[in-house]
Design a binder for this molecule. Structure first.
Ligand code: ATP
Length: 361
C-alpha cells in the first residue's frame, strides 16, 4: 500500500481550525478507500512562532519539508506582524524555495451556493486560473532609499524571464488541453506595459503552436474582469502573471459564492519538490477560535492534493462529499449565510464518505 508523507502547516488565524479539519477528512478518505495511507507531520510555523523566535519558520525549515510528498497549508497573517513579513517569511519562502512555479485555482459554483451573478447558471462558470508563481511582479526585486526624506524613492521591478514565461504558459496550454473544452485565455497588459508583457504575448503565440488542438485567445486584464462578470461561459482555462492572477482569482472566488470555498495548489510540475495546497482565504481574525470558519476551501485543496498525488478515485469521492454538503443549506457556515460550525461540516463530509458509494473514477 502506498504511503504519502504530508506536512501540515496550519499557520495563523482560522488556518489552525480548517487544516485540522482537512486532516480529519483526509484520514477518513484514506480509511474508506483502503488503497493508500497518509502520514502527517504538523509544523507550528507562523505568527506565534515569530513571537517566540523572531522568524516565521526556522532557517532550515525547507529541509524538514523536502522529503514530504505534499504540504497542506492554512494561512499566514498576524495583526501584530507586517503583512510582507508574514507572506515572505513563510508562504513565499516555501513557494520560491521549492520552485512551485504553477499556481492553479479552480473555480466553480458548487451545488447549493447562492452566487452573486444572477444570470449565471452554475454550468456557465467552470474555470481554472493558472497563476505564474515564481517571478513577475512578485520577484522581490527592488529597493527603497532615502527613507523619510522628500527625495525618498522605491521600486518594485517586475522581472519576467523567457524560461519562466515559457514554462508557465506551456503548463497552462497542457492543462487546457486536458479539459473538455480545450480552451485557454492568456491575460495580458501589453498595451500599457510594453516590454515584459509584449514578450509574454510573443511567447504565448510560440507555445500555442505546440498545442494545435487548443483554442486560445488574449485578453487585457482590465477587460478580463468585465468578461468574467458579463460572459463567464466564454472562459475556461485562464493563464496570467503573478499579480494579474492574484487579483482575478479573488474576483473568481467571489463570483463563485465565497472566499471560504476556493482552493489553490502551488505546484512544482516537474515534481522535484513537494507541492503545496491551501485555501485561498487568509487568516480571518474576526472569526478565529470560534469554530465558525468554513472548511470547504481546505477540503477542496485536499482534493487537489489527492489528484496531484495520483489518487483520482479518492479525489473524486472527496469532491462528491463536498458537493453533497454544500447542497444542504443547513450545513452552510456564516460566510454562506448559514449558522453551521466548522465541526458540523467536517462531520457531515466524513459521514458521507463512510456511507456513500465512491464514484466510478
Ligand atoms: P489575511 O490578512 O491573512 O489575508 P484577512 O482576514 O484580511 O486575512 P481573509 O481571511 O482572506 O482576509 O478574508 C476576509 C474575510 O472573509 C474574513 O475576515 C472573514 O470574515 C471572511 N472569510 C474568509 N475566509 C473564511 C472562511 N473560511 N470561513 C468563513 N469566513 C471567511
Amino acid at each position: 500500500m502506498k504511503n504519502y508523507r504530508i506536512a501540515t502547516i496550519p499557520g495563523d488565524g482560522i488556518g489552525k481550525e480548517v487544516i485540522p479539519a482537512a486532516r480529519t477528512v483526509l484520514e477518513s478518505i484514506a480509511a474508506q478507500q483502503n488503497a493508500f495511507s497518509l502520514e502527517f507531520e504538523d509544523f507550528d510555523w507562523g505568527g506565534d512562532y515569530h513571537r517566540k523566535h523572531g522568524v516565521m519558520m526556522p532557517e532550515n525549515g525547507l529541509d524538514a519539508l523536502r522529503q514530504k510528498d505534499a504540504i497542506l497549508f492554512g494561512s499566514a497573517g498576524d495583526p501584530d506582524i507586517p503583512d510582507h513579513i508574514t507572506l515572505w517569511g513563510l508562504r513565499l519562502k516555501i513557494c520560491q524555495g521549492f520552485d512551485q512555479y504553477a499556481n492553479i485555482r479552480p473555480t466553480r459554483i458548487l451545488p447549493g451556493i447562492d452566487a452573486p451573478l444572477k444570470r449565471c447558471r452554475p454550468q456557465d462558470l467552470d474555470w481554472v486560473i493558472v497563476r505564474e508563481n515564481s517571478e513577475g511582479e512578485y520577484s522581490g526585486v527592488g529597493g527603497r532609499v532615502h527613507q523619510g526624506h522628500p527625495i525618498e524613492a522605491a521600486t518594485d521591478v517586475s522581472v519576467m524571464t523567457r524560461v519562466g514565461v515559457e514554462r508557465i504558459l506551456r503548463f497552462a496550454f497542457k492543462l487546457a488541453q486536458s479539459r473538455p473544452r480545450r480552451q485557454l485565455t492568456v491575460i495580458t497588459k501589453s498595451n500599457a506595459q510594453r516590454h515584459a508583457m509584449v514578450m509574454w504575448d510573443e511567447i504565448a503565440t510560440e507555445i500555442a503552436r505546440e498545442f494545435p488542438d487548443v483554442t486560445w485567445d488574449k485578453e487585457l486584464v482590465d477587460a478580463a474582469t468585465a468578461r468574467m462578470v458579463n460572459r463567464p461561459a466564454s472562459l475556461d482555462t485562464i493563464a496570467a502573471t503573478n499579480l494579474h492572477a492574484d487579483i482575478l482569482s479573488d474576483l473568481a472566488a467571489a463570483l463563485a459564492g465565497s472566499l471560504g470555498i476556493a482552493p489553490t495548489g502551488n505546484i512544482d510540475p516537474e515534481r522535484r519538490y513537494p507541492s503545496m495546497f491551501e485555501p485561498i482565504h487568509g487568516s480571518a481574525f474576526d472569526i478565529m477560535g470560534k469554530g465558525l470558519a468554513n472548511p470547504v476551501g481546505s477540503f477542496w485543496s485536499a482534493v487537489l492534493m489527492l489528484e496531484h498525488l495520483g489518487e483520482p478515485a479518492a479525489a473524486a469521492h472527496l469532491m462528491q462529499a463536498i458537493e453533497h454538503v454544500t447542497a444542504n443549506p443547513a450545513l452552510h457556515t456564516g460566510d454562506l449565510g448559514g449558522t453551521a460550525k466548522t465541526a458540523e461540516v467536517t462531520r457531515a463530509v466524513c459521514e458521507f464518505l463512510a456511507s456513500a458509494q465512491p464514484p466510478v473514477a
